[in-house]
Structure formats: C-alpha cells, structure tokens
Design a protein around this ligand. Sequence first.
Ligand code: EPZ
Length: 430
Amino acid sequence: MDKLVIEGGRKLSGSVRVSGAKNACLPILAATLLTEEECVIKNVPDLKDVETMLNILSALGREVRRSPGEVRILSGKVNNVTASYELVSTMRASIAVLGPLLAKYGKAKVSFPGGCVIGQRPIDLHLKGLRALGADIRVEGGYLLAEAERLTARRIYLGGHFGSSVLATANILMAAVLAEGETIIENAACEPELLDLANFLISLGARIEGKGTPTIKIKGVSSLSGTTYSVIPDRIEAGTYMIAAVATGGRIFLESASCEHNAALIDKLEEAGGVVEEHSNGLDVYRSQPNIGSIDITTLTYPGFPTDLQAQMMTLLCISEGISVITEKVYPNRFIHISELNRMGAEIILEGATAIIKGVSRLKGAPVMASDLRASAALVLAALVAQGRTEISRIYHLDRGYEDLEEKLIALGANIERKKDSKKTNQLTG
Ligand code: EPZ
C-alpha cells in the first residue's frame, strides 16, 4: 500500500484544472447499457472507481476502449447480466447497472452493495422504484435477482428518511427511459450529476422533462441510439481545492469550475472569510482576511450544503477563530475523520450527528489513516496546513475520487510525496 508524506505550512497558489465529475460519469457509464450502439464519453477522469465501472461493463460483455480523458463503449450486446460481488463490493455506485440491465435485457443479477464507513447505505428506494415499474426483485445469496418482462410507467415517490437519493433517482430514471408509457418521479434528487445523466440520456434519444428538478417526467421509448458526450466538471473536487486555497491562505484559480454548482459552499466559504471571484473560464479563490471565521453548517441534499464537502470544511474550521458547528443530515455517521483530525491537534467533539469544532491556532503533523474518500481529502488538507510532517496511510481511498492529486498539489506549491508504506496499518476499528 502507498502513503502520502506531506510537509505542511505552505500557501497553495496557482491554477488547477478541474477533472470530469466522478459522480456524473459513473451513472453515465452505466447508462451506456441502455443502447447497443457505440457511445463515446469525454472528460472522464482517471480514477479507480471509473476503472471499476469499466471492469463491470467489460464483465457484462461490452467492449471498452480507454484513452486519456475518453471512454469508447463499442457497439454490441451484453453476454451476461451478472455484476459480481468481487467488483460491486469495491464500489457502491455499481448498483447503477441494475436499472439499465432490467430496462434493456429484462433481468439483472447484482451483488447487494455493502455499507461503508460513512453509513449503512440502504437501497430500499432503488427497490421501491424498480418494483413500482414492474420488476420482480428478490435477494438470494447476497445478490439482487431482478426480472421484468417489460417495465411499465408509474408515478413514483422517491423521498426517504434522509430525503431524496442520488443513485436511486439515477436507477429509476435510467429504467424509465425504456418503460412503456410516462413515468413521473417525485422527490427526485436534483444533484448536478443527475442533470448531467439526464442530458446524456436525452442525447441517446430519451424523452425527459423536468431534469434537475424534484419532479421528472419520462416518456418511454422503444430503443436508444449511440452518442458522444462530455461529462461536467467535478464540483466536489473543485470544492476541495477551493477550501485548500482558503485554508492555506493562498490563491487558486480553478479552471472550468463554476459558481453554479457550488453555491452552498461558496456561501459558507465567504462567511468564513474566503473570496470567490467568478470568471468566464473558472473561479479565483483566496482568503480576504488574516483569520478564518467560525461558522455553522448543516449538510442537506442539493442545493443544500453537500455532504461530500463536510469533512473538508471541518478541516478548515479546525483552524478558524471561535466555535463552529457542523450537523450532518444526509449521513449522520459521516464523522470518522474527527478522530484523525484530533490526533493532529484539532479540538472536535461529536454530539450525535453534530460536531462542535473549537478552533485552534495550528494543527500539528502526525501519522494518520485514511478511511473513506472525502475523509481522506480532509486529512490531506489538514496535512497541508499543519506544522511539520504528516504521513497518511491507506491512500487508495483517495485514488478512487481525486485524479492526479499529488501532481495537482505539487503544481500549487505543496510539499507532498507518495511513498511505499512498509508499515502494516491496523484495520480501523468501529
Ligand atoms: C451519492 O451516493 C454519491 N455517490 C455520494 O458520494 C454522495 O455522498 C451521496 O450521493 C449523497 O449526495 C455517487 O454518486 C457515486 P444517496 P448515493 O442515495 O446515491 C439514504 C463520494 O464521496 N438512502 O443520495 O448512494 C442514504 O443512506 C460519494 O463521492 C436510503 O435511505 O447516496 C443516505 O442517508 C460518497 N435509501 C441518503 O439517503 C436508499 O435506497 C442519501 O444517499 C438510498 C439512500
């Protein structure tokens, strides 16, 4: 396994290209199963999760050609409908092949996705929506066995205990494009990545109204064509670098980022003393004052503050003045980063799904362990602002969602190096 070694205390300045959105390209790649014609997807980031999705498509029998920034899914049929435990267990987003396989081939066998450190990750809304469209789905031997002669349109309410669901909306949206009649999804998730998926589906010939809103109408069609499509920039990667600029006191220009998809973060960064200037080709981000102000954040579904930037903002607030509060309404247990940040001198206590952060003047470098994608990003930010040396182990979590992370940070002036990790790190307990 690798580790990252970071000497902190340097301001990050310069320009960084924002890669294609991981959480848009994963469902879009799954959606290519809805057509047997060739699809060319551009602006695809070089990530472990993308590789996993491509392995799943190949395992289903589709021919995949990968070149820098681009994926070509050649025309052809699947020759089996099983997404195996080995592949699905490494990436929850694999569940997004369920809807397309059912819609196109009338059956699917997908390993039941596991939970992870951020939460139990149920799929009740996925099953509710697909069953409403007429699918027969049962669980056997850890697999979802799904069948449907022909999916038929329904009005489906997709609100759950924590509000809307991104991948459940994606699954039902993809299934409905080939269903008989007009499907209406209510309380659909509105994340920009789903708008991107809807635009991709429309480019295949799907008929969708209300994309990106809580109510989506889909008129089923009998078949879909191929397409060439470019994925939107990654707002969570962009947000992570925006927070890095404010946290280190530097100045970063984010090429191809826009305010449009990051309004909630920008609002909170400005409240904390950051400045975000919008230009035609990107965002210029820096800190307007010597100190970082303390703020309160509650994560919500889009357009609320994104849960995927909660850990990174917690790092920023560790070095703010005063007391800040973060309440997690999407994944109430998404706080595994707190213990590692406290090892670096942060003063954070957790009360249920609310973290109380008492700002300290400096964090101090220490050996820490990455645990999930965004918690790992929070540890990188902490290492960048800390005094001294930090070693972050188990960084394969980072490779799942941040393209060329070290290269981009080195170009911004960070002192960061990837090394082989000879130490055997204990499994995170709890
Ligand atoms: C997507 O996961 C993202 N992943 C996650 O990003 C992101 O954190 C999440 O949306 C929320 O924005 C991808 O898009 C690949 P949800 P998803 O279903 O769709 C509950 C990252 O770091 N729920 O919107 O799996 C669920 O437990 C990853 O890039 C149900 O109750 O998340 C959670 O509390 C991490 N029943 C809430 O809804 C269901 O059937 C939102 O989850 C499904 C979800």
